[in-house]
Design a protein around this ligand. Sequence first.
Ligand code: SF4
Ligand code: SF4
Length: 474
Amino acid sequence: MTHDTPHSTPSESANTPESADVTLYAKHQKIHPRRVFGLFSTLKILSVIILLGIYYITPWLLWNGQQAVLLDLPTRKFHILGLTFWPQDLIYLAFLLIIAGISLFFFTTLAGRLWCGFACPQTVWTDIFLWMERWVEGDRPKRIKLDKSPTSLRKIRIKATKHLLWITFALFTGFTFIGYFSPIRELATDLVHFNLSGWQTFWLLFYSLATYGNAGWLREQVCIYMCPYARFQSAMFDKDTLIIAYDPNRGEPRGPRKKTDDYKQKGLGDCVQCTLCIQVCPTGIDIRDGLQYQCISCSACIDVCNEVMDKMGYPRGLVRYTTENILTGKTATHVFRPRVFVYGGILLSLFIGTGYAIANRPLLELDVIRDRNSLFRENEAGLIENVYTLKVINIDKIAHEYQISAKGIEGLQIKTHRHIQAQPGEVQEIPVRLLIHPEQLKQPSSKVYFTLTALDNPSLHTTEEARFLGPFNR
Ligand code: SF4
Ligand code: SF4
């Protein structure tokens, strides 16, 4: 894999003996990707529409009359498609992150940077911003001409229109983001009445600014200079990984020619040196230089080169999905290899395991918190007393009435003044006292077990361990 930057000025100047000043700073040159048509660009449009559709529509969906996805931070309840998750359920989030990590390994091993080209939020939002830019300013030649033209009223009007569109879209994106954390219908009403809270305003502006900056201004620089995945993905590549590559055996020697020329007679390969593959590239690289970490596998160069091949009457696929081994003639297609099956197997097991765990997660949670003010006390009747607060969480979709019991020491008595009834998703804090005659307390610290049982469904129960403390001279 080569590691040239699109504008490798520093290394070039460093290698020039007569150059006196060596600069480590390469001025950013704006990239104006040309519009491209073809199979992969259609797939990409579909991918952008589906992914952005999911992002913008999801917070508006209802599930049993409630917002289907709502990460309610103040109440620490995360509602996802009828399921309610609590901070105690963070283990599932950990599993989801592991699944995301293994998925990245699996798909990178199988098909290179498929994620970058078609599903990464940076790519998806950059595409939308590029479409808006193209709509307002025109395709590549017009945009280059406009950028080079001196400042004029026309130029200011066109640029202002583009930025207004970008900012409006970025604000809508920021608003939708907040809608995942605050009920979006109330949020919309508050927004219309300029009644958003300080935090809501801050996050709306922050996320909007991040979208505007990343997708409008930084674009490919995020992929090239900021994304860690671009740097470590080569560790997951091998010579059988599916990559987008130019076939030098077919293409070289490259050179211009007329369609009617017998180019083979002239000793030329299939590449007509039209440079369209560079002009459509969103990171501004030349795929003919070999596999580069700046390539985000967007497939634009495949589509445009196929178009050129069609026009010239040559077979398609001078730039195509292939593997290094196929290109060098070492092996035939060998995409499905052991590591793909290993990653796939792990991924499938994690999916099934996490799905099973979520489907069968306990519908009742109990936390026992000891009173921190006193270890124990002796009451008027001479009994040793420990005080606890039981935190009961009803995760079920229906209300339940519960009975609490305690065991672990012979003769243990439980006292609570509260009737425990919890609505779906409700958290109750119940003060509970455990009492025992000092004669029955054999040691200063003993294990006790609280059990909570639903009265209408005894199979719904949970037990939690705690400590009962007494005098130390026993
Ligand atoms: S688009 Fe195809 S033919 Fe044109 S320069 Fe690129 S590789 Fe060569
Ligand atoms: S080299 Fe081709 S696939 Fe890679 S980023 Fe550029 S256009 Fe996309």
